[in-house]
Write a protein that binds this ligand. Structure first.
Ligand code: GLC
Length: 595
C-alpha cells in the first residue's frame, strides 16, 4: 500500500473511532498510568491509553513470562466491550534505553555515551533491532528511546544518555536507532520516542531539569538538529522535556511543542509528557494541566494521581479552558500512532510472535552485538610507553573496585532506576575482571590494590569509574562554600557522590609491581581503564595512561579484554570534548589505535 493510501485509510479509521468515543474515552486515551498504581480494572473503567514501567518497576519475578502475563491482562482490559465500551488497545511503555535493561537476563548494551564513541549508525541500528525483539518478547510495545540530548556540560547526570556534544553525530546515530527500533513499523518493531524535547542537554551548569539559555538560532542549531532525521525516520512519539528554555518550561511551551514540532516540522505522532512533567508548570494543578494540554502535550505520563489528571482534564474541557478541538487533536494523534504501528491488528500480547520466544531475551546473537559494541566503544587516549596488547600469559594485577562489578559497568536504568551494584542481578554478562580472567590464567584481582605483591606481577590494570546513577542524582553540582572556589575544583569536591571509591592510581603505584622501584617516576606500564558516564575533569592522574573512554560498557567485560589482549584494535573516538585544567584536553573525535 502506498504511503498516501495508508495515510488515507488510517485517517478514515481514526475518524470512525473518534466519532464513537465518549469524552471519558477520549480523556482516558490521553493519560498514561504507572503499573504500580494502575490495575487492569482501572484501564477498563477509565479507558487508559497507556501504562508504563518507571525504572525498576517490574512484575512478579521480572522474567519474560511475568511481563507477558501483565501486559496480557492490561491489553485484555483495554479491549473490553461490556456495556458498549469501545475497545482500543493500550500501549505499554518502558525505558529500554540501553537494552531492555529493566528485565533480568536482558542484553545490556553500552549507554549512548559509549555508542557515540563507535560512530557507527549501522551498529546502532542492529542494537536497536535486537532491543526491539527483547522488548517484544516481554509483551511491551513502546520504549522511551532514543535520547537525542546534545549534552554540553559533563556535570549533567544524564550525560551518559547522550551520544555526543556534536549535534551532527547525535543526528546520525539517533535516526539509525529510530529505524532499528521501529523496523518499518512491522511485527519486529516497537514504538520509539525521541526525547527530551527540547534542549535537555544544554542547561546552565548541567543542572538536570534546569534552564537552557540560548537564542532561538542556538537552540535550533544545537538541540533541534537531531530531531530532523529522527522525524524523517518516522519516529512515532516525542517526549517533552523537563528543562526550561530561557526560563519557560518546555512542557508548557506552545511554540516549541505545537508551532515548531507539529506545524513547522510536521510531526504527526503524539507528544507524551515526562514523569508528572505537567505538574511543575504551576502551583495550581488545574492551571498546570491546562497549560500543558494547550501547549501541545497529547498524553500525560502520570505516576500516581492519574485519576486526578483525568478528572481535572474533564473539568477543564467542561469549562472550555481546554477546547474540545484540542482533545480531539490529541486523541487523533494517539489513535493514529496506534493504527500506524499496527496495534489494532496485533493479537493479545501472549499470542504475538516474539512473546512466544522468551529466549530472545539475552539471546547469544544479541550478546555478540553487545560485545562488538563494547569493543568499538573503547577509546585509547594515551599509549606511551607502549604496553598494549597485553600477553595472555602475563602475570596481571587487576585492581579497582569497579573491576569486578557488572552493576557499576552498566550504570543507571539497569534493573533499578538508579542501577545496581555487584554481579548477582546482572545475569549473563561479564565484568572487566571476568573478561580478563577468562583469557589470562595468571591474572589476579586485588580490588583496592593495597598489599599487592610487586614480585608477583608484570603489569597492572586499574579499573576506575563511577557508581551507577540516573538523572539528577548524577549531577555534579559545584558546591559553593567559603574558599572552595567554583568550577572544576569545587565540582570535583561535590563529585565524590558519584565517584565510586577507587584506588587512586598513586596508591597502586606505591604498592604495585616494579612501580616500587619507580616510586619517584611514573609507572611505565600500568593501564588505567576509565569507565564512567561522562568525561572527567582530571589533573591528579598521570593522564597519559587512561586507556579507555568514559562509557558504561554494558556488562560485556569480555569486549574490553578483546581489545586489551589484541583480539581487536581500538577504533573508538571521543564523542565528547574531554575537559582538562587548561580547557579541552582531548577534542571530540580523538582516539589512538595500536596499529
Ligand atoms: C524520567 C525521565 C524520562 C523517562 C521517564 C519514564 O523522569 O526523564 O527520560 O523516560 O521518566 O521513566
Amino acid at each position: 500500500m502506498s504511503m498516501l493510501a495508508e495515510a488515507a485509510t488510517i485517517a478514515t479509521r481514526v475518524e470512525a473511532l473518534l466519532a464513537r468515543m465518549s469524552l471519558a474515552a477520549k480523556l482516558g486515551q490521553m493519560v498514561q498510568g504507572e503499573r504500580a498504581w494502575t490495575t487492569p480494572d482501572d484501564v477498563r473503567e477509565y479507558h487508559l491509553g497507556s501504562i508504563l514501567s518507571g525504572g525498576g518497576s517490574v512484575p512478579g519475578a521480572n522474567r519474560p513470562a511475568d511481563w507477558v502475563a501483565m501486559n496480557d491482562a492490561y491489553w485484555q482490559a483495554s479491549m473490553a466491550t461490556d456495556g458498549g465500551r469501545l475497545p482500543i488497545p493500550l500501549l505499554y511503555g518502558v525505558d529500554a534505553v540501553h537494552g531492555h535493561a529493566n528485565v533480568l537476563g536482558a542484553t545490556v548494551f553500552p549507554h549512548n555515551i559509549g555508542l557515540g564513541a563507535t560512530g557507527d549508525p549501522a551498529l546502532l541500528e542492529r542494537i536497536a533491532r535486537a532491543t526491539a525483539r527483547e522488548i517484544l518478547a516481554t509483551g511491551v510495545d513502546w520504549t522511551f528511546a532514543p535520547t537525542l540530548a546534545v549534552a554540553q556540560d559533563p556535570r549533567w547526570g544524564r550525560t551518559y544518555e547522550s551520544y555526543s556534544d556534536d549535534p551532527a553525530l547525535v543526528a546520525r546515530l539517533g535516526a539509525a536507532f529510530v529505524r532499528g527500533l521501529q523496523a518499518e513499523r512491522g511485527p519486529d518493531g516497537v514504538v520509539a520516542c525521541a526525547k527530551h524535547f527540547l534542549g535537555d542537554g544544554g542547561t546552565t551548569d548541567g543542572v538536570d531539569q534546569g534552564n537552557t539559555v540560548a537564542s532561538e538560532e542556538e537552540l535550533l542549531a544545537t538541540h533541534l538538529t537531531p530531531y530532523h532525521p529522527a522525524l524523517e525516520a518516522g519516529v512515532l512519539t516525542v517526549m517533552a522535556s523537563f528543562n526550561s528554555w530561557n526560563g519557560d518550561k518546555c512542557h508548557g511551551h506552545r511554540w516549541l511543542l505545537t508551532d515548531l514540532l507539529k506545524h513547522r516540522l510536521g510531526f504527526d505522532g503524539f507528544v507524551v509528557s515526562d514523569w508528572d512533567g505537567a505538574d511543575y508548570l504551576s502551583d495550581d494543578y488545574a492551571e498546570a494541566i491546562a497549560m500543558a494540554a494547550n501547549a501541545g502535550v497529547d498524553m500525560f505520563m502520570v505516576s500516581v494521581e492519574w485519576r486526578k489528571c483525568i478528572e481535572t482534564l474533564r473539568a477543564l474541557v467542561d469549562a472550555g479552558t481546554i477546547p474540545l478541538a484540542r482533545v480531539d487533536d490529541a486523541v487523533r494523534r494517539i489513535l493514529g500512532v496506534k493504527l500506524r504501528y499496527g496495534l489494532f491488528d496485533r493479537p493479545r500480547p501472549a499470542e504475538r510472535p516474539w512473546a512466544r520466544r522468551p529466549a530472545a531475551l539475552g539471546a547469544a546473537e544479541h550478546r555478540a552485538i553487545a560485545r562488538e559494541a563494547v569493543r568499538k566503544s573503547l577509546v585509547l587516549l594515551k599509549h606511551a610507553p607502549r604496553v598494549l596488547p597485553l600477553s595472555t600469559g602475563a602475570r596481571i594485577l587487576v585492581a579497582g573496585r569497579n573491576a569486578d562489578n557488572r552493576g557499576h559497568q552498566c550504570g543507571g536504568f539497569t534493573i533499578e532506576w538508579q542501577g545496581v551494584s555487584g554481579n548477582a542481578r546482572i545475569e549473563g554478562g561479564t565484568s572487566i575482571w571476568e573478561g580478563i580472567r577468562a583469557v589470562a590464567p595468571h591474572a589476579e584481582l586485588v580490588p583496592d590494590g593495597a598489599g599487592a605483591d610487586p614480585s608477583r606481577h608484570d603489569v597492572a590494570v586499574v579499573v576506575i569509574g563511577e557508581r551507577p546513577y540516573a538523572e539528577g542524582m548524577g549531577d555534579i553540582r559545584s558546591v559553593p562554600s567559603p574558599g572552595a572556589g567554583s568550577g572544576p575544583r569545587a565540582a570535583r569536591r561535590s563529585s565524590r557522590r558519584t565517584a565510586s571509591r577507587w584506588p587512586w592510581p598513586t596508591s597502586i603505584r606505591k604498592t604495585s609491581p616494579r612501580c616500587g622501584g619507580f616510586r619517584q617516576r611514573r609507572c611505565p606500564w600500568w593501564r588505567c581503564c576509565f569507565r564512567a558516564g561522562r568525561s572527567w575533569w582530571t589533573r591528579k592522574w598521570p593522564q597519559r595512561r587512561r586507556s579507555s573512554r568514559p562509557g558504561c560498557p554494558g556488562r560485556r567485560g569480555a569486549g574490553v579484554s578483546d581489545v586489551l589482549f589484541g583480539q581487536a584494535d581500538f577504533t573508538g573516538r571521543l564523542s565528547f570534548r574531554w575537559p582538562g585544567a587548561g580547557g579541552t584536553l582531548f577534542p571530540c573525535g580523538y582516539g589512538l589505535t595500536l596499529g
